[in-house]
Design a protein around this ligand. Sequence first.
Ligand SMILES: Cc1cc2nc3c(=O)[nH]c(=O)nc-3n(C[C@H](O)[C@H](O)[C@H](O)COP(=O)(O)OP(=O)(O)OC[C@H]3O[C@@H](n4cnc5c(N)ncnc54)[C@H](O)[C@@H]3O)c2cc1C
Length: 402
Amino acid sequence: MQYDVLVVGGGPAGAAAAWHLASVGVRVLVLEARPVPRRKVCAGAVSQKAVRLLQSWGIDITPVVEGSMVEIAFFYRYRHPAVLRHRQPYALNVCRDKCDQYLLQQAEQAGAAVRTGCPVRSVRLEADRASVTCAQGDSYQAQVVVGADGANSAVRRAMGLGRLGQMGMGAEALLPYESLSGHAWDRLTGLQTTALIDYGIIPFGYGWIFPKRDHLNVGLGTFRHCRVPLKALLTRHCQERFPGLNLDLPLRGHPIPLYRPPIQGKRALLVGDAGGIVDPLVGEGIYYALRSGELAAQAVSAGLTTGRLEGFRDYERAVASEIIAEFRAASLLATLLYNATAVMHYHLVRKLRIVEQMLTVICGDLTYRQFCSWVLRNMPRELLRSAPAMTEQAFWSAGRIN
Ligand SMILES: Cc1cc2nc3c(=O)[nH]c(=O)nc-3n(C[C@H](O)[C@H](O)[C@H](O)COP(=O)(O)OP(=O)(O)OC[C@H]3O[C@@H](n4cnc5c(N)ncnc54)[C@H](O)[C@@H]3O)c2cc1C
């Protein structure tokens, strides 16, 4: 079988790119390294913005939804809660193994060929073609390769771009409800539809607890490249939240990449985590994987029509103007929030409208740029002056965790 496009990686970015390409009649093959369903370290919150994007394509993820989140509870070092019920669910809860398998099935139904358990070992980008070879030794040729192979992208390396630079890290533990007897989740928050967010327990990041159907996803993420004993902090986080819990459970970590262009070159482009297209404030990546997959598919279809495959600058420009401009505003908010978490939380508790606006961004009804200018207009001047002065170092050394 001849293919026009090879998609390396079968996560949401690869599935989205393949779905769009197959839907317009492009012959596309997805090569996924692992057997599917596969475990993916991820809190599994699919923002309303991502849900709507999928709906606009005619994809309904209801069959793999475990619940929805309507309330959010922010804590600073396990105290001083700021709790808000939003006017609509702001995110749906999924388990990534099932959700990613479902998205890949949608791509297959649209006409994409999918091969799982096929790790791509080498990628060659030549003047007249692109080819890849899998660990089993089988090779495939096509016009273009889409790198959707996550934070440690092999396609990125083959493009001569090296590894992604600065990376954050996230780690999670899955706590079955039966292991929590005496620590009932609903006693902690009162509700099964609540996301619990803990600040001040890890530098430049936060802890979360997201309820699934039969377990809690408990995790920690930091959005800066800094050395933190992530697993020790996660163990402590679980013990703070569920004192006495016997934590003989695997804790798994995964990098959170940060954007660094270029994300395109001769006969290849990068989508999702492979391009570092992850929100630097909250670490949301699923929406951006889906959307960059869609933008990449549009650029590849156009390139196949015109025969211009030596680069995909229009794709990079589209990502920069639509997504990276948003990330700049998100980064500014991250600098304020994570450099002066205590001060910011103090204001959060007193002004729940900040939380409401944030959830409106997650729903896709407000942009980060609009939210950022709202924050700058509405936050007390003295806070904006004091926040950057309170360095991460000062905040951290003042804390309980050293
Ligand atoms: C701890 C943590 C929590 C997170 N929580 C959330 C959240 O709640 N909500 C949210 O929106 N985002 C979250 N994210 C971010 C989100 O998980 C990622 O941004 C998202 O998975 C990116 O999708 P992707 O398709 O680009 O990459 P991935 O989902 O990583 O998929 C890449 C795929 O490529 C495959 N692959 C890798 N190498 C090869 C190869 N050589 N050959 C073939 N296949 C290969 C992998 O097996 C994998 O299936 C979280 C991230 C972390 C680390």
